[in-house]
Design a protein around this ligand. Structure first.
Ligand SMILES: NC(=O)N[C@@H](CC(=O)O)C(=O)O
Ligand SMILES: [Zn+2]
Ligand SMILES: [Zn+2]
Length: 427
């Protein structure tokens, strides 16, 4: 079984578009032919004329909610949503119920992903049992079961000694520690950024330093332990500055940023609508600019969605009581393409790199490139057709997005994982 994707626009090494025929055979890219050559014979031929073919997108921070919160999402619905958004590899967070803190639950998530048979699902395991911050999990056994890193995402590890112990053990196992950075003592009872919106509505705010204090602490602990330390959803100017300085002196730190922290500030929040509530919160315009600058200069290595589905009932509880989080898979690429590439601000190749080759490099994944011999994880994108974001059409169970009604270009139309079609907009 082989597939030829004919006449696709592919980004070359210089960042320019070239017309190519891509041959997929036995799950790998077996040839990349010049557009003037004969494409040859195949079981299936797809004419991709005028469309952009990129390596499948990689999302290293997502919530699939299974086990335990199947009303919000399942591994299957989340995988389908990811494939529809052009993602071929996703790494899921352990804040499930039960928390992914034993080899059995890691195995359970892997089994569910295999049954879904859509995208590659890489599970993270918790740093502490039940993410309670009291007792470390069994890192060696979790690694053995297939966990790709350790994180208590959803909460920060409050105790510095606990984090240091975790880093020592992870370093010895050559595994990364991935941190949700948040000092609880600074955020109690707060639901939005400490800033303009909070002041206007008389709300307690989440200050920038609640994030950056953990980033600074953990960078020092990473220096002491030698671990690969990865910072989740960076949202503040101060965190960007600390990570930049740490990288300059050779500390093994990497970081991610979400589309919403690149696109929205607290000034955009229309009112007390929980579809605008996420953790970390939308920050000031100045923080948004610092995150963009950090992404451009490589301080922030990659873009992740932090896809965090919640039910409509939960989100209807309002700004104070609703859970934090917004969905991300099905809007990420079109949002960023439209806002930054179509507008002429960024090179297309930079956006694609930060969503493919960069996460693959940081987490040592064998994917994320369009090379001969690489897995045929691919995404075909229509750069011309403009469509409105309609949460009613999401494959995700989650409808919680602040981007409803946005008119965007850059929609994924086909997605392949190891040569298998997992999403096709035409059927
Ligand atoms: N980002 C969020 O607002 N919510 C995440 C938790 C997290 O990523 O910290 C969730 O699990 O819903
Ligand atoms: Zn988090
Ligand atoms: Zn998260």
């Amino acid at each position: 079984m082989n597939v030829i994707i004919k006449n696709a626009s592919v980004i070359n090494k210089d960042g320019n578009l070239e017309r190519k025929h891509i041959v997929l055979q036995d799950g790998v890219i077996s040839a990349v032919l010049d557009g003037n050559q004969e494409a040859g014979e195949a079981t299936e031929i797809i004419d991709a004329k005028g469309k952009l073919l990129i390596p499948g997108l990689i999302d290293m921070h997502v919530h699939l909610r299974e086990p335990g919160f199947e009303h919000k999402e399942t591994v299957e619905t989340g995988s389908r949503s990811a494939a529809k958004g052009g993602f071929t590899t996703i790494a899921c967070m352990p804040n499930t119920r039960p928390v992914t803190d034993t080899p059995e639950i890691v195995q359970f998530v892997k089994d569910k992903a295999r049954e879904a048979g859509l995208v590659k699902v890489l599970p993270y395991a918790a740093i502490t049992k039940n993410e309670l911050g009291r007792e470390l999990t069994d890192f060696a056994a979790l690694k053995e079961a297939g966990a790709i890193g350790f994180t208590d995402d959803g909460v920060g590890v409050q105790n510095a000694q606990m984090m240091k112990d975790a880093m020592y053990i992870a370093a010895a196992l050559d595994m990364p520690v991935i941190a949700h950075c948040e000092d609880n003592s600074l955020v109690e009872g707060a639901c939005v950024n400490e800033g303009k919106f909070a002041t206007r509505h008389g709300l307690k705010g989440i200050p920038n330093e609640s994030e950056a204090i953990h980033v600074g602490r953990d960078i020092l602990l990473a220096e002491a332990t030698g671990v690969h330390y990865h910072v989740c959803h960076v949202s503040t100017e101060q965190s960007v500055r600390l990570i930049r300085q740490a990288k300059e002196i050779g500390i093994k730190v990497t970081a991610e940023v979400c589309p919403h922290h690149l696109l929205l500030s607290e000034e955009d929040i229309p009112g007390m609508d929980a579809n605008w509530k996420m953790n970390p919160p939308l920050r000031s315009r100045r923080d948004v600019e610092a995150c963009i600058e950090g992404l451009l200069d490589g301080t922030l290595d990659m873009i992740v969605t932090d896809h965090a589905p919640h039910s409509e009932e939960e989100k209807a509880k309002g700004m104070q009581l609703a859970p934090f989080g917004i969905v991300g898979f099905e809007t990420a690429f079109p949002l960023l393409y439209t806002a930054f590439v179509e507008s002429g601000k960024w090179d297309l190749s930079l956006l694609v790199q930060r969503m493919t080759a960069d996460p693959a490099r940081v987490f040592r994944l064998n994917t994320g490139v369009l090379d001969i011999g690489a897995p045929a994880d691919l995404t075909l994108i229509d750069l011309e057709q403009e469509l409105e974001v309609d949460p009613g059409t999401f494959a995700s169970k989650g409808r919680n997005t602040p981007f409803a009604g946005w008119k965007l270009k850059g929609w994924p139309v086909m997605t392949w994982v190891e040569g298998k079609e997992v999403w096709n907009a035409n059927h």
